[in-house]
Design a protein around this ligand. Sequence first.
Ligand code: SF4
Length: 265
Amino acid sequence: MLDLNHGSGCQYQKPDHDPGITMAVNAAIDAALVVRNRSQVARQYVSTSGIGRECLRQIQYDYLAVPKDEGRDFEPKTLRIFEAGHRGEDVVAAWLRAAGFDLRTERRDGRQFGFSVLNGRFKGHIDGCLVGGPVAMAYPALWENKALGVSSWKDVVKRGVVLSKPVYAAQLALYQAYMDLPAPALFTALNRDTWEIHCELVPFDAALAQTMSDRALQVVQASDAQEMLPRASAERTSVVCRGGKTAGGWHGACSWQDRCWGTCR
Ligand code: SF4
């Protein structure tokens, strides 16, 4: 039998440095991810995950499932990160349960807990609800997890989720309001590199929940009236549109920039 233990003297075969196989396998995976993403039915409701974004028009494009600009759909690397985030959520949930928390993430029929208002045109689905556990905190409490890259994770650790990630804070406030979970929410941020977990108890911000709920109504009503909501920026070159970092945090590049600033609204 081949002895692979350290010190056995066994010479491992050198890896094949031909990048061809790496490129070929990754290209196949990317193609499959893109096909899977395109086959998903577009959301037909305002989602809590995006309602805290700065630009109401962008939220409206999303709600109306307006096709994204040519070449601005999610890139395969982004789709991989999304999937890693979902898997990370499962891992953190399992760790919490292993630690003794009574964490509920699914209804009896296997679907996520959530809320639906405005005749199904404003919806949200929570990661889970903590009903009890080994840590002294108020129960039941909303549980929301995000998997973050290292610099983003460090910023949350440094400044807290409310300042560092206002879009997540908006989501938390809405869930606490609509799911009737007013106790401080447990927010966990998983570091995608080290798998460390940052935890925060986030008090319910009723004013923020009301503001975000009003925004959702605004998007639905304007869409019903076939009116486009105002842009968040006066310039296409702004960070909100082209993407980048501001004092308020990171903005992804808007997927509807050409449409928004072109002739076809
Ligand atoms: S391009 Fe800018 S102003 Fe237009 S929808 Fe996108 S973020 Fe809003």
